[in-house]
Design a protein around this ligand. Structure first.
Ligand code: PMP
Length: 366
């Protein structure tokens, strides 16, 4: 790890002092047989998409900058959600979408509110952008506590409030009534991160549709990384009021979306049935893992996403994580995250990967 402190003998300046605490934040990429730690899709995108993309890539003028407005991609996304093209902003993964939102609406002197446990990058990106973070706790079953939400929001006047639904790492989706209540409480933007949205029974997109005037501040963030099986393409987007889109365009770097990525996203939308088929297959496998958990000494929670949170009861989580790694199965160790003492998170993989995970877990807990 590079020295980020006072600077080296060659006289490098130290980085911003407020960034020093962020060293070592990201999880390591480990070479194992079964990777179930980052909630990717275990299934590749369809061959038809790959063929169409290869044709499109051949037609790209790579000597030219890409189309800055990403019109084709945004029009296709707008069409798929029944919104205007001016309500869609795209970026390099939903993480960059979140970063643009925080660059535009957060920053020094402003506050972002979130409710933990939740997606750790909300806090992380807020801090990188110099935004103050205030956090409230979710209940023990990971549901929102609306009294806590009201108190946090009233006490901190957040410019941005984050929800994550389905929530990573609990898997729990906030109900439409809960999201609507929070939308009524917050003074600034309400950003609903729906990275796993296609697994969920509801979406904040419906809230926006139902009350356009009253929900101008509601932003829905989605990604191609999970259900679209395109984590390697790094593409995410938001659906929001045109003024929010314009604000994000202010802070995004020019030409940040390369031409191949724009084509990849646009063409993916021609394969909705295949995507829904993958979601159904993963949901079925998730049910199989959850059923197997019932026979093991673990506590677990219902999930509306492509992963399951669980707490080994017979052995420390870190020991179980190490046992799984020894069996070449990598899961996420969440045991030091706020509100998640003793918890691990497993991404739903291919049936044979899930079998390997369950066998290794059974062995570890024996
Ligand atoms: N939001 C949530 C809730 C996530 O879990 C993830 C990925 N783990 C992301 C956003 C970021 O996804 P990406 O940048 O790949 O779109």
């Amino acid at each position: 790890m590079a020295d980020l402190g006072e600077g080296s003998a060659r006289g490098l300046p130290g980085v911003r002092p407020d960034l020093e605490a962020l060293v070592g934040y990201h999880s390591a990429q480990v070479d194992v047989d079964v990777r179930l730690n980052t909630n990717e899709s275990p299934l590749p995108p369809p061959d038809g998409w790959l063929d169409a993309l290869a044709d499109a890539v051949r037609g790209i003028e790579f000597n030219r900058y890409p189309e800055r407005e990403a019109t084709g991609l945004r029009r296709a996304l707008a069409g798929s959600h029944g919104v205007g093209i001016d309500e869609v902003f795209c970026a390099n993964g939903s993480n960059e979408v979140l970063q643009c939102l925080l660059l535009a609406y957060g920053g020094p002197g402003r506050t972002a509110a979130l409710f933990e446990p939740t997606y750790t990058l909300h806090r992380h990106i807020a801090r990188i952008t110099g935004t103050t973070v205030v956090a409230g706790a979710r209940r023990d079953d990971f549901a929102l506590d609306l009294d806590v939400v009201a108190a946090v929001v009233a006490g901190s006047d957040p410019a941005v409030t984050f929800l994550c639904s389905p929530n990573n790492p609990s898997g729990r989706a906030d109900t439409p009534a809960e999201v609507e209540r929070v939308a009524g409480l917050v003074p600034g933007l309400l950003v609903v991160d729906e990275a796993y949205g296609q697994f969920a029974p509801s979406s904040a997109l419906a809230l926006r549709r139902g009350d356009p005037a009253g929900t101008r501040h509601v932003v829905v963030v989605r990604t191609f990384s999970k259900t679209w099986s395109m984590a390697g393409a790094r593409l995410g987007y938001l659906v929001a009021d045109p003024d929010v889109v314009a604000a994000c365009e202010l802070v995004a770097l020019p030409y940040h979306l390369d031409a191949a990525k724009q084509a990849a996203g646009r063409l993916a939308l021609d394969f909705v049935d295949e995507m829904e088929h993958r979601v159904a297959a993963i949901t079925e496998e998730r049910g199989r893992i959850a059923a197997a958990f019932a026979d093991l000494a673990v506590e677990t929670w219902p999930s509306d996403a492509n992963f399951l949170l669980f707490r080994p009861l017979a052995k420390p989580a870190t020991q179980v994580w190490t046992d799984l790694l020894a069996a070449s199965v990598l899961v996420r160790d969440c045991s030091t995250w706020p509100g998640l003492t003793g918890c691990l998170r497993v991404t739903v993989g291919l049936p044979e990967e899930n079998d390997r995970f369950l066998a290794a877990l059974t062995e570890s807990l024996r």
